[in-house]
Design a protein around this ligand. Structure first.
Ligand SMILES: [Zn+2]
Length: 471
């Protein structure tokens, strides 16, 4: 039995705490705690260059210990001294397989001279929290640690274990913590499914909540190095062979190529719900592409919008060029980087074969650029489980009535691509709304609206309860 102390009307009472009769934290206390944790995390530098996720992980471990987690259920571990990960477990009844929450601790580099303030100082100003990581994704870390503490302190027993993994190396691609944990400590983090606040979109525009987007699929990130080689020679006597012209012609063919239209369960659900929100001609077009066969004219119109196009097909685009070695010499080599965002279910090799066909020139060599080293080819969309979507819809209706819940596929990549490749269904659920016109992740003066951070604290508490004690 533990004794805790409680202030009631200014008088200190000793309270016996037994199992489920423990103290429930008020919303105000949870907000205060979350802000404290958020501040602490922002002020611990976790950049790849000079920072340490170990320091952040240990700070969070200490908080969890203080809240009553036994040492055996909280660990800091990793492949290198500066790249530690935290894994903590709240024990449930064991009725069902655990839920794992993943969220990265590392942040993108931030230089003081680029910012209006110190990026590693937590500042609250004019309704915003400022600092590197306020949007990506120490807000998520703080919300999850707060929720783990809150659930523990009230003696909550979920119908399965809740595991929290705060990880390293998401931004830099070095010593990726999720990848490392999957390969070295699968038993510690194995779960029925995963929640990741660093994916999905709770969208806000001009103060109006647009949608609660749960990410159940994402495209695979893959770069290809394109290279043309010629004998070269003196530029005063140009002949037919010119690596720059050959590369340019190949890239022009790529520009005009369109990968096939393809929808999955997730993107079908996305367009069906998005159609209701946007309405008008665009909404009608979205409905028309869901028909069998899809309406060609509608598909063409939607493809003109990069945002929708990226959700309908694989895209490959030239992003860098490098050619020639002297002003007065014929170029012997010309290279381009082609960045592809590949729909789930298509392999690196398959896209390479397509690129070879499009470029159609034996002088080209095409080499995939190694990325993260994980088997992201096997990155299937996560099935839209009724229990997860149902819990999200329930909590969303309580907190934000009328705001639609929409399954979505991200065109970018998160750590969920690694967990899906490892066979664990993964959902991106941020919990906090952000303004779609003010996304400063990875940029200068990164910030988050204060009130939506606190909504996120409330949201995750309710969401985890809805998932683990359904009635
Ligand atoms: Zn992130």
């Amino acid at each position: 039995m533990k004794i805790r102390f409680l202030m009631i009307g200014g008088i200190l009472f000793g309270v016996a705490v037994v199992g489920a009769t423990a103290l429930a934290m008020t919303n105000e206390a949870a907000d205060r705690l979350a802000r404290d944790i958020f501040k602490q995390l922002i002020e611990i530098n976790t950049t790849d260059s000079v920072g340490s996720t170990t320091v952040a992980a240990e700070a969070m471990a200490a908080r969890l210990h203080d809240a009553g987690y036994p040492a055996s259920d909280v660990q800091v571990l990793g492949p290198e001294p500066r790249r530690g990960n935290l894994v903590a477990r709240l024990r449930g009844t064991g009725e069902l397989k655990p839920i794992l929450m993943i969220c990265h601790l590392d942040v993108v580099e931030a230089r003081r001279e680029d910012w209006s303030m110190d990026p590693f100082q937590f500042i609250e100003k004019d309704g915003y929290f400022y600092g590197r990581g306020t949007g990506d994704i120490k807000d998520g870390d703080a919300i999850l640690v707060t929720t783990m503490i809150r659930l523990k302190q009230e003696g909550y027993q979920p119908d399965r274990d809740l595991i929290l993994a705060l990880t390293a190396g998401e931004e830099s691609g070095v010593a990726n913590g999720v990848d490392w944990l999957i390969k070295n400590h699968r038993d510690l983090i194995d779960a029925e499914f995963i929640l990741n606040p660093d994916a999905g979109d709770f969208e806000l525009e001009h103060g109006k909540k647009l949608l609660v987007g749960i990410q159940a699929s994402e495209k695979l990130y893959q770069d290809y190095d394109l290279k043309v080689t010629n004998p070269g020679g003196h530029s005063s006597q140009p002949g037919k062979a010119n690596a720059i012209y050959e590369l340019a012609e190949g890239l022009t063919r790529l520009e005009h190529y369109q990968f096939p239209f393809e929808l999955s369960e997730v993107t079908r659900a996305y367009f069906a719900r998005e159609a209701e929100i946007v309405g008008e001609e665009t909404g009608a077009d979205m409905k028309a592409i869901l028909k069998t066969p899809p309406d060609e004219a509608a598909m063409t119109r939607l493809s003109a919008e990069p945002f929708y196009n990226g959700r309908m097909r694989t895209t490959c685009v030239a992003t860098m060029l490098n050619a020639g070695h002297s002003r007065n010499a014929l170029p012997a080599t010309a290279r381009a980087n082609v960045n592809c965002r590949v729909l789930p279910g298509h392999s690196t090799q398959e896209i390479q074969t397509t690129l070879e066909k499009i470029l159609g020139d034996p002088h080209f060599t095409i080499t995939p650029v190694k990325y993260r080293g994980a088997g992201v080819d096997a990155n299937p969309p996560t099935p839209l489980r009724a229990d997860v979507i149902g819990a999200l819809e329930k909590v969303s209706a309580q907190m934000w009535p009328g705001v639609p819940v929409i399954p979505m596929m991200d065109a970018g990549a998160s750590d969920s691509s690694l967990t899906r490749a490892a066979g664990i269904p993964s959902y991106g659920v941020p919990g906090f709304f952000y303004d779609i016109n003010d996304d400063r992740s990875h940029g200068r003066d990164e910030r988050l609206i204060v009130s939506y951070f606190y909504e996120g604290v409330d949201f995750y508490y309710r969401f985890l309860k809805a998932l683990t004690s359904p009635d």
